[in-house]
Write a protein that binds this ligand. Sequence first.
Ligand code: NAP
Length: 269
Amino acid sequence: MTKVALITGASTGIGEAFARRLAAAGHHLMLVARNGEKLQALSQQLMAQHKVKVYYQSLDLSIADADQQLVAEVADKGLDVDLLINNAGIGSAGDFTYLPLAGELRMMQLNMQTLVALTHHYLIPMRIRKQGTVINVASMACFQPSPFMATYAASKAFVRSFTEAVAEENSPFNIQVMLLCPGATETSFFDNAQMKKDDRQTILGNTQLQTPEQVVTAALKGLQKGKRITISGSKNLLLMRIAYFFPNKMITRIFAKAFRPHFQQQASS
Ligand SMILES: NC(=O)c1ccc[n+]([C@@H]2O[C@H](COP(=O)([O-])OP(=O)(O)OC[C@H]3O[C@@H](n4cnc5c(N)ncnc54)[C@H](OP(=O)(O)O)[C@@H]3O)[C@@H](O)[C@H]2O)c1
């Protein structure tokens, strides 16, 4: 059996940065995303550069049962997942009432259900061998409800609660389960969430974006220190600490006030 780090959403952004960093550190990898061409190119490059084994699978993880396909594929290849990075995720922005329901439900399947299923599949062998690591990628949006990104923030709040609980359950078994909370990061996330330029401007304003590499550096430092939650970026950490002192009602009003003029739609008969 070859020990691998399994990274979902590895074709671009934060997942790709994890793949590059872990390959450079000598880890064998199993990469998953929909774009098989990108995964193939990345795996060939990493194998040539770092002399590690890199496997990949093109798969839409927002489809129910995709987790089972992936688990079967990993088993067929004779791989043993000792590091699971549940990173694949998408967002959406807009007036929830008028966002297409199918897209919101697909996002919930990817951001929550698939993450839960993969965590469940791979914790069992980790328990047996009393060793393993899981990183679940949430967001700064996991800490409070976010009007006009309602379903996305709720999906990440789910990831936070789930991860903290499972981390505690598994702490006696030498299994580290860590929540990673990036803030705004320069990736394709905003394009994939189909945010137009002005949506993006409304949400981000003048926020300074982190690079995916900075997020991965924070994550690996957090793992080394045995952290249960890693927030990437000192400004994000400060914001989270400040927000802690204010009720959600106040915070959601502030968000809504900033975003309503841009996103709120009127009922059309
Ligand atoms: N960027 C930010 O500002 C930010 C902030 C906070 C949290 N995050 C979180 O960070 C994680 C990574 O996002 P990112 O910023 O790196 O965005 P990204 O560049 O859009 O990358 C998302 C990755 O997920 C994959 N993916 C998307 N839909 C998928 C599906 N249905 N099935 C399988 N794979 C799928 C994409 O590959 P394919 O398109 O090839 O499938 C891609 O590899 C997400 O969980 C996101 O919520 C991002």
